[in-house]
Every structure is written in C-alpha cells, then in structure tokens.
Ligand binder design. Structure first.
Ligand SMILES: [Fe+2]
Length: 487
C-alpha cells in the first residue's frame, strides 16, 4: 500500500482514525495535516499531493488554520528536536507561547489527546526526551493507533539509543493494525528494526519481509532489513538485498544517504574497499556535505573513520575530511547531541579545524558539568554527555594522538554504557566499539583484542546456532587478520 492516499477531514480523523481532533474545524487543514503525517511517517512523497512534502503540508495546514494547535505543536516538536534548546531560546519561547495559548483556549476547542501532544513538546523544550516519551506512552495506552505518537516515540528511542523502547512499544500496538491500514507495513518495519536492535534477527527478518510484502517502497522497512543483515553478519545478503531495491531508497531525502552508507559498510566488512569507496564517493560524501545535516554527515565521518581503521591513512582521505569539516562549521558550538557532536569533533580533528574542535569539546564538557552539578537536570543529552560523552571525546583525542593504551583505558569502562545512554543504532555506535578493538590491536594487546572479538560474536549466537557456522562478517576480514597477528 502506497501513495496516493485519500486524506481525512475533521470527521475522518475522529471516525476513521479514532483520534480526537478538536483544535481545528477546517476540513482542508485537517486533510493537509493528515498528508503531513503520512509523508513524515512513510518518509515518502505523495505524487498527487500538490503542496509538497511533509513540512510543506504541515505549513499549509497551519496557514489554512492559524489556530490549529496540533499542527503547530508538531511543527514545534520537530524544531525542538533539531535545536540546541540551551542556546536556541526562540524555539523554547515558541513552545511556551503555544502552552499559554492552549491554557487560554476553551476546553472544548482542544482535546486531551492534543493537549498531551503539546505536553510532550514542552518536555522537548528542555531536551527531556524521557519525559516526552512518558507522555507518548500514555497517549498510546488511550489511542494505540495514534501513529504520530508511535512515530515520535520510536524516533526518540533512536535519539536516546534505547533498544527495548524500539521493540516493546511497537510490539504493544502492532496487532491494532490491519493490512488495509496505510501504516501496517510501516509499523511492521519499525518492529523489524526494534527486534534487530535487540538481537532477535530471525524474528526481525520475518517481520521485515512481511512489512515489505505489504509496503515494498517503505524505506524504513528497507533500512531495517539492512540492519538485520549488518548486525547478523550477513553482508553479502545485505548487498544483494539493497542492490535489488535500490530504486526505492537511493533518492530518498531523509534516508537515501544512510541506506547507501549501510551498503558501503557491507562491502567494508567483506574487504571490498573499492566498492565501498565508490558508494561513499557517489552517494554519501557529496550528499552529506551538501545537506550539512548532522545525520548524513555522521555517516560520512563514520565511514572515513572505518577506512582509517581498515588501514587507509588519514592523509589519503584528507580532502574528504577537510570538506566534511567545513560542512560542520556551523555545529562547532554543539547541537546538544553527543552522538552527532562526537562525529563533528572527529571531522574537526582530522579536517584540521582545531579551533572548532576546541569549542565543541568545551561545549560537551559543559553539558556533562551541567548534569554533574544538578542530577535533576532533565536534558537527556546532558546525562549522556556525563555518562559516556566525556570519555568518548577523550578516547577520540587519544586515538588521534595514536595513544592506543589511553583509548582502551577510556573506552573499556563505558563500552556497555554506550548501549544504554548513547543515541543511535547499534550499527551507528559500532564505530566506537571498532575504535576500541582497533586500539587494542594497535596497542599490542592481542589477548584483549581476541576477547573483544568474542564479545562481538556473542550477539550473533542465535544465528550461529541456527546456521551451524560462525558468521565472520560480524567483523571485517582485515580486523580478523590483524587480531590473529597484531600489528
Ligand atoms: Fe541505520
């Protein structure tokens, strides 16, 4: 099931979707809002919708009815998620103005459901992702088919890197959806992703295949399957899969670069560096640099770091490092997301922008101090900076100085905490595990390197049991060689 869709008017929101839309009486605005949600959730474009993509649809809904609180709430929610709320006070003010506006409205002109979404957005004004998630969880208890709440909750768990949240919330509502629902395949694709983040690869693959049978063009479901093949060490299968459906993800605005990155990683695992580099140069580097967005830029950085760890010199890729560092210039004062800031720092270090690197280090240290001084600090990122961010930055600095013993000293104590506090998927965070493993190898700690490799293999134990053989693609072939014979 795919675009185009028939979009719901005010009555449709209540009668068809079962959601209590009261803050607009405009059928036109309600339809634009439905078009916005559909295009955000499915990360696709409706060819018959004339206003543009999700953001344009949301803007249109607000333009048609400037009092449409839920539409304004969603816009503010996206803005807060993309902002450093400690510095971008305009976003925070906008959210509190919305809160005041809601309090002044007659009770009957805004439903409890809509007010709950606003409450979650107010939490985001404080970078309080855990608080926002609690509200969305409550919404799903009352409205299990609120795809907006599920979508925002799901992506907040990615922002926080919390595997159980990614699986359990989706599983708790998946049976509410039927094949005639436009989001049926998308929800199964989300479940596939959540399952693989919890290392349940066989179940994840089953759900992913079901998702793609229903919605073959759902780029999130495609991406989830790429994760299944990555995490379970089936790189060749991943390449074949992503080659077969390339037309459905290659030009996707939000995820095209990232899926290409996954495909490139599969090649690196197999030691196919030319193929991996070709994907990086064609589909990751130029698009990431042009976008200047932290998500694709982090993929570009992670890819270059992996090449360095595979034995290619920083000098060899100096031009790319410098180009990416320039693209990051506006983010040198931190975007209040440790995962993304850490990648920006790597670009500044290897792209020869030490003043920007110094500013970014200082900003992350301040976030950690903010939490250290006040344990009631609600910002999830300040907590993450405190728990793992500072050590990650110190480890990266040590790695750049080739002080491999210090990298090991900094990362060993936090390696399991990365999967509790740091945002991003396992595949994204794996670059830090790889940094630890490569540092153990380069530092001559061969017994430790072998032990870390065994730790990595623990995650595919179910696959090994089923297939009767070890899955060597869990670690690149060059790493495996070097672990046997440390350099
Ligand atoms: Fe991914």
């Amino acid at each position: 099931m795919w675009f185009p869709f028939h979009y719901n008017d005010v009555r449709g929101w209540r009668d068809v979707l079962g959601l209590d839309l009261k803050s607009t009486t405009s059928d036109e605005a309600a339809k634009h809002f439905d078009a916005a949600v559909a295009q955000f959730v499915l990360a696709g474009a409706d060819p018959q919708y004339s206003e543009g993509g999700g953001f344009e649809a949301l803007q249109k809904a607000i333009a048609v009815d400037p009092d449409f609180m839920l539409a304004k709430t969603l816009m503010a929610s996206f803005e807060a998620q993309g902002a450093n709320v400690f510095k971008d006070t305009a976003v925070v003010k906008k959210i509190y103005d919305l809160k005041s506006e809601a309090e002044k409205r007659p009770k009957s002109s805004m439903s409890d459901w809509e007010r709950s979404h606003l409450k979650a957005t107010v939490a985001l004004a404080h970078n309080d992702f855990l608080g926002a998630c609690r509200v969305w969880e409550d919404i799903l208890v009352e409205y299990p088919k609120d795809i907006l709440a599920l979508h925002l909750l799901f992506f907040s768990h990615i922002t926080m890197g919390r595997p159980r949240g990614l699986r359990d919330h989706v599983y708790s509502v998946v049976d509410e959806y039927r094949p005639n629902d436009r989001y049926y395949g998308n929800v199964l694709g989300k479940l596939c992703f959540g399952l693989q983040e919890n290392l349940q690869f066989e179940a994840a693959e089953r759900q992913g295949k079901k998702a793609l049978e229903h919605t073959p063009k759902d780029v999130w479901a495609i991406h989830s399957m790429a994760h299944v093949y990555d995490e379970s060490g089936e790189a060749r299968k991943g390449i074949d899969f992503l080659t077969g459906n390339e037309a459905d993800w290659k030009d996707n605005v939000g995820l095209g670069v990232h899926v290409a990155w996954h495909r490139g990683l599969h090649h690196l695992y197999l030691g196919e560096f030319e193929e991996g580099r070709a994907i990086f140069e064609a589909s990751v580097r130029p698009k990431a640099v042009a976008s200047k967005f932290p998500f694709p830029l982090s993929d570009a950085v992670a890819f270059l770091l992996r090449l360095e760890m595979e034995g290619f010199s920083i000098e060899e890729d100096k031009e790319a490092w410098r180009e990416i560092a320039v693209a990051y210039e506006d983010q040198a004062d931190s975007i209040n997301n440790v995962f993304y800031d850490w990648h920006a720092l790597a670009a500044f270090i290897y792209g020869d922008k030490e003043p920007e690197a110094a500013r970014l280090r200082k900003a992350v240290m301040e976030q950690a101090e903010r939490y250290e001084q006040d344990k009631h600090e609600k910002s999830y990122n300040c907590k993450a900076a405190f728990e793992v961010g500072v050590a990650m930055i110190e480890a990266l600095d040590a790695y750049a100085k080739k002080d491999y013993d210090d990298v090991v000293a900094k990362l060993m104590p936090i390696r399991f905490d990365l999967h509790g506090w740091l945002g991003g998927s396992h595949a994204q965070k794996d670059v830090i595990d790889q940094l630890l493993l490569r540092s153990a190898i380069r530092g001559g700690k061969s017994r430790l390197a072998q032990q870390l490799l065994r730790e990595r293999r623990a995650r595919t134990i179910e696959v090994e049991r089923t297939d009767g053989e070890k899955s060597d693609a869990i670690q690149s072939r060059r790493f495996l060689r070097d672990i046997q014979k440390p350099v």
